[in-house]
Design a protein around this ligand. Structure first.
Ligand code: ARG
Length: 472
């Protein structure tokens, strides 16, 4: 098959690596090892990286101008074929890289056979993935910022709305709904920062690392890195092709974000239930029951909670995938992609649907306020009041505990006790006690940084808005 120094592709098979093989690949093996049906998602990144590689090869005198132009032209045509669904993908060419390269050779001939000079699929896939993940993180972060901004707007409307704050799922102390919503914003804000930080380690160019040991050609790695928008080039070729810790990071941070979304959705599901009755989720975001005509279920919230399971599963998958691999590259790594794509798709759809659903929620303010007055939620305020009147806190706690027990016995509230009864528990109680026994009084006292008072919630809102603005 070698004629006048030109290798043709008509040996045992059409495969680009078939030189040392004497027989065709077993059909089942071909199907088993193929990844084109999922890694074709990386085609755009693959073609961008190949174009940069070709320009660099030309710059380093490893390709003529004509060859380089022809490669770039050919790659453009291929990208268009792929984008318009006219590309013929085949398992015979295994993955996205070889499908593109084979088509390039078909289109432009011998120049196409030179593209893989000074490169391996091992540094190629690492490069494609880093470009893909970098872009995915930008998308995820943009959706996080949108959801934050939606929540901030609602928090502003509900800065004065009183509701019960829960610990152990029991009424604990009165809080404002705006404060609760801003807690969600804080959680999402940290997710945003984690992803942002992760980009620093993703945005490093592995291109030029070759199969593992680098290349003997005098290449210019900085040139390809700059063209592809990488801020650094990797320092060790073995590490560059072997590690997928940037995917582990994405999957970890995705799992944390998912857990946050799940908890938000658990709150919403509880609030939408009849015993709570705090919210009504818009009809367009609920579904009915096939048997019970009265049902309106918060399925979106439940599914976001449910999808957290697969995101956590995907993190487990990549961790287990890496743990047993001797350095450097092993084919195991091909299995990193489907969970990665699944996590990205899942997160984007969850974030988008929540941003649309939140403004459709109606908050039943009176019901929330009513619930906040149940369960002696201002008992701590009474104890604090007694401390200000000179009682040590531990004694105040005991006194109020007795008052609560008496209120329970009489099926009444602390604030409904007459002054004389309250004075029976502690003679330091005076007329002004009723100011702290109301839910408004309790909430309005908490004006320190991070407190639940409406004024403080507005302060949090202002700060959050400033942060979002800085990010634009
Ligand atoms: N498809 C492979 C992957 O997803 C990339 C190709 C490297 N294959 C190889 N035999 N060295 O990781």
């Amino acid at each position: 098959a070698i004629r006048e120094g030109i290798v043709t592709l008509d040996m045992a098979t059409n495969k680009l690596w078939s030189g040392r093989f004497n027989s065709d690949t077993n059909a089942e093996v071909e199907a088993f090892t193929a990844s084109q049906f999922f890694d074709r998602r990386l085609a755009e990144q693959d073609i961008r990286a190949s174009s940069a590689h070709a320009r660099m090869l030309h710059h380093c005198k490893l390709l003529t101008k004509k060859e380089c132009d022809s490669i770039i032209e050919g790659l453009k045509i291929i990208l268009e074929e792929i984008q318009t669904d006219h590309f013929r993908w085949s398992n015979e060419h295994e993955d996205v890289h070889m499908n593109v390269e084979a088509r390039l050779i078909e289109l432009i001939g011998d120049a196409g056979k030179k593209l893989h000079t000074a490169r391996s699929r091992n540094d190629q896939i690492a490069t494609d993935l880093r470009l893909y993940v970098r872009n995915a993180i930008d998308q995820i972060n943009s959706e996080i910022a949108t959801l934050e901004s939606v929540l901030i707007d609602i928090a502003e409307q509900e800065a004065n709305t009183i509701m019960p704050g829960l610990t152990h799922l029991q009424n604990a102390q009165p809080i404002t709904l705006g404060h609760h919503l801003m807690a969600w914003v804080e959680m999402l804000d940290r997710d945003y920062c984690r992803f942002k930080d992760c980009v620093k380690r993703v945005n490093v160019s592995p291109l030029g690392s070759g199969a593992l040991a680098g290349t003997g050609f005098a290449i210019d790695r900085k040139m390809t890195a700059t063209e592809l928008g990488f801020t650094e080039i990797s320092r060790n070729s073995l590490d560059s092709v072997a590690d997928r810790d940037f995917i582990i990071e994405l999957q970890s941070f995705a799992a944390i974000l998912s857990v946050h979304l799940s908890r938000i959705c658990e709150d919403l599901s509880l609030w939408a239930s009849q015993p709570f009755g705090f919210i009504d989720i818009g009809d367009a975001f609920c579904t009915g029951s096939s048997i019970m005509p009265q049902k309106k279920n918060p399925d979106v919230a439940e599914l976001v909670r449910g999808k957290t399971a697969r995101v956590i599963g995907n993190l487990t998958a990549i961790l287990v995938l890496m743990k047993g691999q001797a350095l450097t590259y092993n084919r195991d790594n091909q299995e990193d992609k489907e969970p990665l794509f699944d996590t990205i798709d899942t997160l984007l759809s969850c974030l988008r649907i929540l941003s649309r659903m939140m403004p459709e929620i109606v908050f039943h303010r009176e019901r929330m306020r009513g619930a906040a007055t149940q369960g002696h939620t201002t008992a701590t305020d009474l104890a604090d009041y007694l401390v200000l009147k000179g009682l040590p806190f531990r004694d105040a706690h005991t006194v109020v505990g007795r008052a609560v027990a008496a209120a329970e016995k009489n099926e009444t509230r602390l604030s409904d006790f007459p002054l004389s009864t309250l004075r029976d528990f502690c003679d330091r109680v005076e007329e002004d006690v009723f100011e702290v026994l109301t839910v408004d009084g309790s909430v309005n006292l908490r004006t320190h940084i991070g407190g639940t008072a409406p004024s403080q919630v507005r302060h949090q809102i202002q700060q959050a808005r400033d942060r979002l603005k800085e990010r634009q």
